[in-house]
Design a protein around this ligand. Structure first.
Ligand code: HEC
Length: 199
């Protein structure tokens, strides 16, 4: 009888130990799941999702005409305003506060009281953001500094960096990783034109 009790006691201890071990294993797996660091590939996919849903291509990708109207030209994805494009004549008397803002037909150039701005080359080519550190990218996107440089001029409208400064650090990083993974395109975007030089 005594032996039986002893055995039963031992069995109970074993069962408790095993179940404790299992639940602590489950717990560790859960915590690991929660703090799982995304792989580079996962960051790129997240960045692609953000770029597609935010619509950076509206201003940073030239368009081509199809039967359904203008669509982003995937061969020139994110290369910014084409270096060889010519803008139609601008009538400066139509531009100014309370007057018109103008967009080039493919949305990669815009004219307003700030002057003429051109969608930047965001491909990983040296004429784009190929030589940029993540810190530069963060500064451009959240502080509106041209080329992400401390002493850089302010980034002009219609680049909506004032909205992008709300993006979380990991989302900015994901967008950067995605842009660094796309096809590099050689395209020197024309320099920004201040308002008094519009003709
Ligand atoms: C409504 C148009 C528009 C949208 C949408 C837009 N941009 Fe821009 N972006 C511009 C224009 C125009 C410039 C150039 C402004 C200038 O030269 O001052 C620019 C400049 C930039 C620059 C700075 C480039 C440099 O050389 O300093 C970065 C980086 C950038 N955009 C990233 C993005 C990303 C990433 C997205 C999407 C998450 C995005 N932009 C969405 C219009 C836009």
């Amino acid at each position: 009888m005594k032996t039986n009790r002893l055995l039963l006691g031992l069995l109970c201890i074993c069962v408790t130990l095993v179940s404790c071990q299992n639940s602590s294993k489950d717990y560790t797996a859960k915590v690991e799941d929660e703090i799982k660091v995304p792989t580079k590939e996962e960051k790129i996919r997240r960045g692609e999702y953000l770029v597609m849903t935010i619509g950076c291509d509206h201003c940073h990708t030239p368009k081509k005409m199809t039967d359904q109207g203008p669509v982003p030209d995937l061969d020139r994805w994110m290369m910014g305003h084409p270096a060889d494009a010519t803008l139609p004549k601008i009538d400066p008397s139509q531009i100014g506060p309370g007057k018109w803002l103008l967009f080039h037909g493919d949305l990669t150039a815009a004219v307003g009281p700030w002057g003429i701005s051109y969608g930047a080359n965001l491909t990983p080519h040296e004429t784009g953001i190929g030589n940029w550190s993540f810190e530069q990218f963060r500064k451009a996107m959240t502080e509106g500094k041209y080329k992400g440089m401390d002493g850089g001029r302010p980034i002009m409208p219609p680049m909506p960096w004032q909205s992008f400064k709300e993006l979380k650090g990991e989302d900015l990083r994901a967008i950067y990783e995605y842009l660094m993974s796309i096809k590099p395109i050689d395209n020197v975007v024309p320099a920004y034109t201040p308002p008094d030089r519009i003709q």
